[in-house]
Write a protein that binds this ligand. Sequence first.
Ligand code: NAD
Ligand code: APR
Length: 244
Amino acid sequence: MKDIEISAATSVVVLTGAGISQESGLDTFRDAGGIWARYDIDDVATPEGFRRNPPLVHDFYNTQRREAAVALPNRAHVALAELEKAWPGRFLLVTQNIDGLHEKAGSKALVHMHGTLDGFLCEACGRRGSWTGEMSTASACPLCGRSGGLRPDIVWFGEMPYFMPEIYRALGEADLFLSIGTSGTVYPAADFVREARLAGAVTVELNLEASRKGRGLFDLEIEGKAGDCVPAFVKDLLESRLSL
Ligand code: NAD
Ligand code: APR
């Protein structure tokens, strides 16, 4: 058993994945019938796929992913925004999600390691910026005016995720690490729990099913829907009722 003492010196890092948005009506990737059961990663989530067939990739984001624009945050997103507000120490929320639901719930200390749907990256001028609505091969870059080179500002397989120095710095100082709604299959995010453990953090997973049961990576594995178990966990944590 490890006790977590909450003070101005206590640092928490939270990692979230597609599972936290499932109750907002968004599909996960690897659950039954998930996005990668319907689409080939190589076609729609790699730079090579985009080079081969840009209209297909734009169509995937326009029809399958931009539905997130009308989704609403659920109780789990809201609980994390409340945790950040109430937390006396350092706090960082790292999300693999591109759906924008954490910011809609009010989270501020947030980094999008896999990018965001609300952004463009121009392959012609190399710059990025914010973007609303659908994107196509005819879309012109708001910064350089050229068309044909715009892509969603989303990190694809084989590319380097964003904010890695900030994330590893926070993990190296973490006292508490929470992993929520992620299958732990995509690196480097899958390895954050090991980094946090090396720093001496207490590690907790909140997921529908323990992602890596019996591997000794998490001090506590809470199984259930994020909308139920995240608010309950946050409440207990803030009332210092947790002995891990
Ligand atoms: P991995 O988990 O070891 O590494 C994936 C890399 O892509 C990581 O750097 C990850 O952070 C990054 N990434 C970028 N954008 C991502 C995004 N939107 N979603 C997820 N990860 C993103 O994965 P791996 O071993 O390379 O492959 C995992 C799966 O993807 C396998 O099923 C593999 O067949 C398939 N795949 C991988 C690549 C590749 O270039 N890595 C290419 C095609 C298919
Ligand atoms: N509450 C909590 N957990 C849930 C819920 C829910 N309501 N529904 C599903 N889950 C869990 C699943 O059990 C699974 O372990 O969420 C996890 C979702 O895992 P993935 O679909 O693999 O999603 P994620 O881990 O975010 O994927 C990582 O892969 O291709 C990419 O870009 C994609 O960033 C993503 C990355």
